[in-house]
Structure formats: C-alpha cells, structure tokens
Design a binder for this molecule. Structure first.
Ligand SMILES: Nc1ncnc2c1ncn2[C@@H]1O[C@H](COP(=O)(O)OP(=O)(O)OP(=O)(O)O)[C@@H](O)[C@H]1O
Ligand SMILES: [Mg+2]
Length: 246
C-alpha cells in the first residue's frame, strides 16, 4: 500500500475538521475525494503534504511515517501558489529543481501542450486564474514523486480546456500509473477519472461512502451518456451533504 492514513483527526482550536479518517491508496491507483465545501478536503491534503500536523492518527507513505514532513509527495494546492519573481517556465521546473534535475525541454513541451508556450517567459502576475492553474498542474505533474495530490486542479478552467486537461491527465496516468489523490467538486469528473471515489461528510469530516468506479479503461466521453454512468452520478448526488454553513 502506497499511502495509508489511519484514524486521522485534525482540529484547529475549537474547530473539529477531520474526524477519524482512514484511507488507503494503492500503487497506481486513482482516488477521487468528494465532499461539501468546508468539510476538510484541503486540510487532508495539507496533512499528507506535511504542511500541518495531525491532532491524532497516522500517515504512512510506503510504510514510513511522514506526518509533519514535507517533500514526500507531488502536491498541487487549491491556490496555485506560483512564485511571483519566477517566470512561468522557472515555476514549472521548480519541483524538479528541488530534486536537482530540472528538465527545461520537457517543461517547454508541456507548456506547449496546454497552450501556454507564448507565456514561458511571462511572470505569474500576467496570467489569468485558469492559466496559473495550468502552470501549477504541470509543475505537480512533472515532479516525480510516487503520489500526486491534486486539489481541485481544473476548477478555474472553461469546459473545453477542462476536458483537455482531464484527458491529458488520464493519458499520463495510464502511461506511468502513478498514484493520484484528486479533490473535486464535480461528480462527473470524479467518475470519469477515478478508480475509487471517497465521499466525505460535512465538517467534522468522516468518510460517508467509498465507491469503486465500475467503468473499464481507457475511459472516453461516450461513457458519460450511458445509463450506468447517470445512475452512479445520481447515487453519489444523493449521498452528498450540503455545505457547512458555519
Ligand atoms: N489554518 C487554519 N486555521 C483555522 N481553521 C482552518 C485552517 N485551515 C482550515 N480551517 C478550517 O477547516 C475547515 C475545512 O477547511 P478546508 O479548506 O479543508 O475545506 P475544503 O473541504 O477544502 O473546502 P472547499 O471545498 O471550499 O475548498 C474550514 O472550516 C476552515 O475554516
Ligand atoms: Mg479546499
């Protein structure tokens, strides 16, 4: 098992955010996380990424405790968090640079694939929100840790760009089979991409349901129109709680 989260709880002062979460991601598995806004999804990623420490519980990566340690996973946070003083290209190779192997050729190729080649030398302040998101996505994709954690990576994109990015992610994933943890608000996106979907409750989040997605790979758009897909979408919709109002 690549990632093994056991009985993880987190509170910020009086606020209970995560409540005894246990979750596993196998080698090469693609797991999507759905849950209402404010339920604690990004907090879960911050714990796995070592940005904040758990109140209780354990996070093991390849059997090794990584609680509170950074640098073990590829992580794309919900806010694109590009360095404003670095160009787009320099931002893309950042994670590789930390591992002492920046690959400018590969980075340039990917910028071209996502339609940003003219912006390689631009600074983040010159980009739209969706463009920043694409840069942050490539940066996470090109850093070669075994676990890729993506926090709503395509939320700021128009429908067509989003579809392109989903298909790129699927083709990269099918080629390399890295493990992916993927937060989204889109039920369709979760079903289209994932092997397994984890539904979180309202805050304090516990796991409401885990669903194995029954569709074969490679996936394609035609799947979205099948009655099986629509039925699964409706089932997940009925399981989702409304957002935390506090
Ligand atoms: N550093 C922090 N200090 C205090 N409270 C925090 C902190 N980070 C998150 N929270 C609280 O934890 C709860 C969960 O936040 P989180 O960002 O994990 O939600 P989310 O599920 O990612 O929501 P969204 O779907 O809107 O991105 C919220 O109530 C938030 O106010
Ligand atoms: Mg979030």
């Amino acid at each position: 098992m690549l990632l093994q989260i056991t009985d993880l709880s987190k509170n910020f002062g009086e606020v209970d955010v995560l409540n005894h979460i246990s979750l596993q991601v196998a080698d090469g598995e693609f797991v999507a996380i759905l849950g209402p806004s404010g339920s604690g999804k990004s907090t879960l990623f911050q714990l796995v990424g070592g940005i904040t420490a758990p109140t209780a519980g354990e996070i093991l990566l390849n059997g090794k405790n990584i609680s509170g340690e950074k640098g073990h996973i590829s992580y794309m946070p919900q806010q694109a968090s590009l360095f404003p003083w670095r160009t787009v290209l320099q931002n893309v190779v950042l994670a590789q640079e930390v591992q002492h192997k920046p690959n400018y050729e590969q980075a340039t190729e990917w910028l071209e694939r996502v339609g940003l080649s003219q912006f390689a030398k631009a600074y983040p302040s010159e980009l739209s929100g969706g463009m920043k998101q694409r840069v942050a996505f490539i940066r996470a994709l090109l850093s070669d840790q075994n676990l890729l954690c993506l926090d709503e990576p395509f939320s700021a994109l128009d429908e067509f760009t989003r579809l392109d990015m989903q298909n790129w992610l699927l083709s990269v994933w099918e080629e390399h089979r890295r493990s992916v943890l993927f937060i989204t608000h889109s039920i369709e996106e979760a079903i289209y991409l994932a092997d397994r979907i984890v539904i979180l409750s309202k805050r304090p989040a516990h796991i409401k349901e885990e669903i194995t997605v029954p569709f074969a790979r490679p996936r394609n758009q035609a799947m979205l129109a099948t009655s099986e897909f629509v039925a699964l979408k409706q089932h997940i919709f009925s399981q989702m709680e409304t957002r935390d109002s506090k």
